[in-house]
Ligand binder design. Structure first.
Ligand SMILES: C[S@@+](CC[C@H](N)C(=O)[O-])C[C@H]1O[C@@H](n2cnc3c(N)ncnc32)[C@H](O)[C@@H]1O
Length: 574
């Protein structure tokens, strides 16, 4: 059961009982968002939905040695000579570590087994780190000889380990902007009635230019990554992850990250963590994390309330911030001001969103220390309003943070987190984008993907790429999630550039998630100058240019520029 099953069931019941007209009429009359959510919450309580959720969905799994052993056994099976699936084994060992009861030997055996994976991977430093964790967690005497031997072998071999890969350090291609120091000085904010706010350039840009390098206000790890990455910094430190002391679903890369989380978002999420993972999706997850991160900036709810209600803090964006003293509070002004698109939402959209908000706020207020922080009715209503706001800003603005780089066999090119980025959220969409985001950890770099002339707008792609989805699919997705009708160059058939050009794709269409990632991965090659690999990709997907004959990076870049500028949009599936 997830939260959409609840809202579907409620709407079906209201229809069956012929109450939908009355209820939606009353709902629509309510002015404040918190009143709408409270109204829906009462209905959910009256119709016993909250009770049903409480009885059917565990708020939080308890630590359990029996389950810890089960996961370890499954890990051993993957690790065995027969399977040699080390990455799968590692994830299961991490799960076993999470489920182990504090001070039990199962925690230490989990660490020791994890050290064996690193030994196989010839990552002796990490192997030694795990051996130390196992010892500190009271590794049983009866098994100690195995660990001692591994440690001795490791100490001999550690010198042979290759140095860690140093992450790419992309630099801005231009001087920093006078107002917003992490973007290029040629970028400016514009606004029109049709497109809202968007970003344009005041100078010509060429492919590969780095024009922004932004850290998110906050980010939230996707549940499938919970045994692979640190919940606080999101780094892929499955090597040395340590578990939360209370739940079985969150891990950290260090005691510092654990403390940071426990002092902020995790103190509220932990008591209901498994309900959050089971009932809600990643958009709800980042909406909640943004709300909790805002709350955490203040000592009392009244202070945040006063801050959000100040007229000077309404609808602000990154260009309004004071970067001479960019406190997290100041940063949040630009996140609070992201578009909600509320005026474009139908009653049924708002009703469904209210169900999500009602279930989320009910459980996080009733079953966590948030209740004490919020105090009375005013505090609760303000929190509800803020959560509802971010449940609207998140689908239109939040970014999936992914890893497109395949560094070794353990890394996969997939989205691991969601993030709230003040500047990147001002880029409008095009199905044939001229920029590309590349992430290093949670830091996002914005690259120029096609030549952009001075005065032109910068466009990101919101997931509806012309090479992957048909025009119909793209338009449906954009109007549903982002509330606008796209008329970008790939959608605009009458654009003079496309006169007489075929409207049907002439290349095999990429149409699943894996290929979407592939496209991202090859864009990454392009951005970091691996042009040959990039051109091979375009050739594979039917580009009409003889990329394979290109021998130098320079030639390749020229050809790629040419392809990006002219040929690629022709492949749009119209
Ligand atoms: C990430 S925000 C982009 C910044 C936004 N325009 C603003 O004013 O803050 C996404 C929202 O911008 C609008 N938008 C994005 N791309 C657009 C486009 N190509 N045409 C019209 N509106 C667009 C939609 O309202 C969408 O939900």
């Amino acid at each position: 059961m997830d939260v959409y099953d609840v809202s579907d069931d409620l709407i079906k019941k209201l229809n069956d009982w012929k109450l939908i007209g009355i209820i939606s009429g009353k709902f629509n009359e309510l002015k404040e968002n918190y009143s709408k959510v409270n109204f829906v919450e009462h209905a959910l309580i009256d119709f016993k939905y909250m009770e049903k959720i409480f009885l059917n969905v565990k708020l939080r799994e308890n630590k359990c040695n029996k389950r810890s052993v089960e996961f370890r056994m499954l890990g051993n099976e993957q690790f065995s000579l027969k399977n040699r699936k080390y990455f799968q084994a590692l994830e299961l060992y991490n799960k076993s570590i999470c489920y182990a009861e504090p001070n039990s030997e199962h925690l230490s055996i989990g660490y020791a087994n994890r050290s064996a994976v690193f030994f196989e991977w010839k990552r002796y430093r990490e192997c030694l780190a795990n051996i130390e964790l196992a010892r500190k967690a009271n590794y049983p005497e009866r098994l100690r000889h195995k660990l001692d031997k591994r440690e001795r072998d490791c100490q001999q071999l550690v010198q042979q380990q290759a140095p860690d890969i140093v992450p790419y350090d992309f630099k801005l291609s231009f001087e920093p902007h006078a107002q917003v120091p992490y973007i290029a000085n040629c970028l400016e904010l514009r606004e029109t009635a049709d497109e809202g706010r968007f970003i344009a350039t005041t100078r010509d840009l060429v492919v590969g230019d780095v024009i922004a390098a932004e850290q998110p206000f906050c980010s939230s790890l996707l549940p499938p990554m919970r045994y692979i990455r640190c919940a606080t910094c999101k780094q892929e430190r499955y090597l040395t992850l340590i578990p939360c002391d209370n739940c079985c679903s969150v891990m950290f890369c260090s005691e510092d990250c654990k403390q940071l989380a426990n002092d902020s978002f995790h103190k509220y999420e932990c008591p209901i963590i498994d309900l959050l993972h089971r009932m809600f999706n990643k958009i709800h997850g980042i909406a909640l994390r943004t709300t909790l991160s805002a709350l955490n900036l203040y000592d009392s709810i009244e202070e945040l309330m006063a801050y959000c209600e100040q007229p000077s803090n309404q609808q602000k964006c990154v260009f309004d911030l004071d970067f001479t003293q960019l406190t997290p509070q100041e940063h949040y002004r630009a996140i609070h001001g992201l578009v909600t698109n509320q005026h474009m939402r139908s009653v049924s959209d708002l009703f469904q969103r209210s169900v999500v908000c009602a279930v989320l706020k009910h459980f996080i207020i009733e079953y966590t220390p948030l209740k004490d922080f919020l105090g009375g009715e005013d505090g609760r209503n303000f929190f509800t309003d803020l959560l509802f706001r971010h449940l609207q800003t998140s689908p239109s603005n939040m970014h999936g943070i992914d890893l497109v780089e395949q560094v070794n066999e353990t890394k996969d090119d997939q989205t691991h987190s969601s993030g709230a980025y003040a500047f990147l959220s001002l880029l409008n969409h095009s199905c044939a984008p001229n920029t590309l985001r590349i992430y290093d950890g949670t830091k996002a770099y914005l690259f120029v993907l096609r030549p952009i002339k001075a005065g032109e707008a910068l466009y990101d792609n919101y997931g509806a790429h012309f090479a992957i989805f048909s025009k119909k699919e793209r338009q449906e997705r954009l109007s549903m999630q982002y509330r606008f009708n796209c008329s970008c160059e790939a959608c605009e058939l009458d654009h003079p550039k496309y006169k007489g050009m075929p409207h049907k794709a002439t290349v095999p269409m990429v149409n699943d998630d894996t290929d979407m990632k592939l496209l991202g991965a090859y864009n990454y090659d392009f951005a970091i100058g691996n042009y040959q690999k990039y051109c091979d990709f375009l050739t594979e997907y039917g580009a009409a240019y003889p990329c394979a004959q290109i021998s130098s990076a320079e030639e390749c870049l020229k050809m790629a520029l040419h392809i990006m500028a002219d040929a690629v949009p022709l492949k749009a599936k119209m």
